[in-house]
Design a binder for this molecule. Sequence first.
Ligand SMILES: Nc1ncnc2c1ncn2[C@@H]1O[C@H](COP(=O)(O)OP(=O)(O)OP(=O)(O)O)[C@@H](O)[C@H]1O
Ligand SMILES: [Mg+2]
Length: 393
Amino acid sequence: MVGKCVLVVDDNPASRVFLVNHLRQKQFGVLEAPTGKEGLIMAWRDHPDLILFDPALRDIPDQEFISKLRNDPRTGQTPLVALSTDSSLARRETCLNAGVNEYLVKSAGALLALEETFTRMFAAEHPTDIPVQIEETKEEGKNGLLIVFLSAKGGTGTSSLCANLAMNIQQGQPEARVVVADLVLPIGSIGQIVGEQGKVNLVTVSDLPAGQTNSDYFYQNLPKPKIWQFQVLAGSPDPQQANNIKGERIGQIVDTLCSAYDFVILDIGRALSRISLPLIQKADMILLVASTDQSTVQLTKTVWDYLRTQGIDSRKICAILNRAVGLDGLTKTQAEEIIGLPIKTTMPYMGSNFALANNLNQPITLKYPTDTASIILKETATDMVKLAQRLRG
Ligand SMILES: Nc1ncnc2c1ncn2[C@@H]1O[C@H](COP(=O)(O)OP(=O)(O)OP(=O)(O)O)[C@@H](O)[C@H]1O
Ligand SMILES: [Mg+2]
């Protein structure tokens, strides 16, 4: 990377000088422009290897600046990196749609993100002449609330509740960044519930080197199904691919998600494994989902007894009794007595309506807004967040 020429376009003098000095220290050749118009002239005249710019330029709208560069043969292929004070999704999307390669936000972790971006971009150009980054770097950034959903038995409604509660959290806090990650092996189901079975999933992400799956990678590549509003990291699409997941990457991925999102919501399903236990121990809140049949409630007690031996604080557990299997079964009090935990929420049996919403990839709250279940979901989401924040102190 040494010797590459970077053009910095930023009309904020303090920010521009800071970036120019930083890049010079890193042995880049640096050109600087204090306005968008001068930036365009220098870009076309001096052919920099990369253009770094703040999209909030006073003299040219961001979209116009980008498309002028993109539509000119001299800069059509030049890597464009936006470094902005604006973290809004709208600005990010405008810039990415107009043709920037990366959109980074000016923050504590920005220099590190910038370095990774440069490494990646110049590596793509000249695969052999950059040093390989072996050391793994934990990004600075947010310290998002980690919420995990698990159950003692399959079919208790864990994944559906995970997606639906996440949607309610996001709806209650539209500004927050919420991500749902499906860690259930060997096949995830969150993608199916929210109608998103794209190219990016747990397998594809864990296949990439850690240095590449940074905050920006997730912001830009994880799909955001419109009506659900959160971003989703779908699970393994089939058992064959699940076998190839590198277990040690899961912890790194979750760490990065926590540094990039305000709420990281994991579906762990019924897996209490070497991989999931550390995540449960790290979680701010654990949603333990049980259905009302005797055997599930008994197994839930077994799971809770085990978690207690692993040092899990009972205040972090939010037990949900979900009538997933019909109207019969144990009452809330009976279940509480067996499990030895207070039940925070009881979800009513919704008959085929629940499956219908799932099959249509719709959130319950939107499909049946006046149903008791919708009200309960909303209240539970609010209570969960309050409790998790309080426990964080
Ligand atoms: N309260 C409810 N009323 C009616 N049906 C429900 C309710 N909760 C869940 N279901 C149904 O139960 C089934 C299982 O739900 P889901 O896939 O969310 O459970 P899970 O615990 O994640 O299962 P798995 O073990 O397969 O991961 C779905 O068909 C769902 O529609
Ligand atoms: Mg599930």
